[in-house]
Design a protein around this ligand. Structure first.
Ligand code: FES
Length: 175
C-alpha cells in the first residue's frame, strides 16, 4: 500500500523543498513571490501545512496570518493531504433538487468519511462543489475528474468500490 503523504517538516533537509526555495530565490525573497512559492509547495507535497507556511513566512518576512489568508482564499491550494482518489458531489441547485444531498450522505456513510475529509487510509477524499458544469445531467458527481451524470447511489457505490488503492492512472490491479 502506498505510504501516506509525509508532513512538510525540516524543510532544510528535505529535497522536495528545493523547488520552493528556488521559487523564492527567483523572486528575490520578495513578498510578491508568495503565490509562486505556494504553488511550488503544493506541487512538491500535494498540500500546504503550517510548517510550510511558517518556513515561507520566515523567508519572505510575511506573517503566518497573511499566508494562511492566501492559502485559504484560492481553491487550488489544500491545507490537508488529498486522498489518492477524489469524489466530488455537486450540491448546486440543479443537483440539490435531484437529491444530491442524500447521495452525499450515502457516500459519506458508506465510505466512512465526512464531506471535506479524506478516509483514514488516504484512499478517498469526499468533496462538494457548487456546480461542476453538468447541470443538465443532475445530480452530478465527479470521480477522479470523470463526470458521472444522473448519478445513482448504486452506480456510485460500484464505481467507488472499483477504485484501485494506488490512485488514478495506476497500474495496480484490484484483488
Ligand atoms: S448544479 Fe450540479 S452541475 Fe450544476
Amino acid at each position: 500500500m502506498p505510504s501516506a503523504p509525509r508532513p512538510v517538516t525540516n524543510t532544510a533537509a528535505d529535497k522536495r523543498w528545493r523547488p520552493v526555495e528556488a521559487a523564492m530565490r527567483r523572486n528575490g525573497y520578495r513578498a510578491g513571490g508568495l503565490i509562486e512559492a505556494l504553488h511550488a509547495v503544493q506541487r512538491a507535497y500535494g498540500y500546504i501545512d503550517e510548517a510550510a507556511m511558517r518556513a515561507i513566512g520566515a523567508a519572505l518576512q510575511l506573517p503566518l496570518s497573511k499566508i494562511y489568508g492566501v492559502v485559504t482564499f484560492y481553491h487550488f491550494f489544500h491545507l490537508k493531504p488529498k486522498g489518492r482518489h477524489t469524489c466530488v458531489v455537486c450540491l448546486g441547485t440543479a443537483c440539490y433538487i435531484k437529491g444530491a444531498d442524500r447521495l452525499l450522505q450515502t457516500i459519506s456513510r458508506e465510505q466512512q468519511v465526512s464531506p471535506g475529509e479524506t478516509t483514514a487510509d488516504g484512499r478517498l477524499s469526499l468533496l462538494t462543489a457548487r456546480c461542476v458544469g453538468a447541470c443538465g445531467q443532475a445530480p452530478a458527481v465527479v470521480i477522479d475528474d470523470q463526470v458521472v451524470g444522473q448519478a445513482e447511489e448504486s452506480a456510485i457505490h460500484r464505481q467507488l468500490a472499483g477504485l484501485n488503492s494506488a490512485g488514478p492512472g495506476s497500474d495496480e490491479e484490484q484483488p
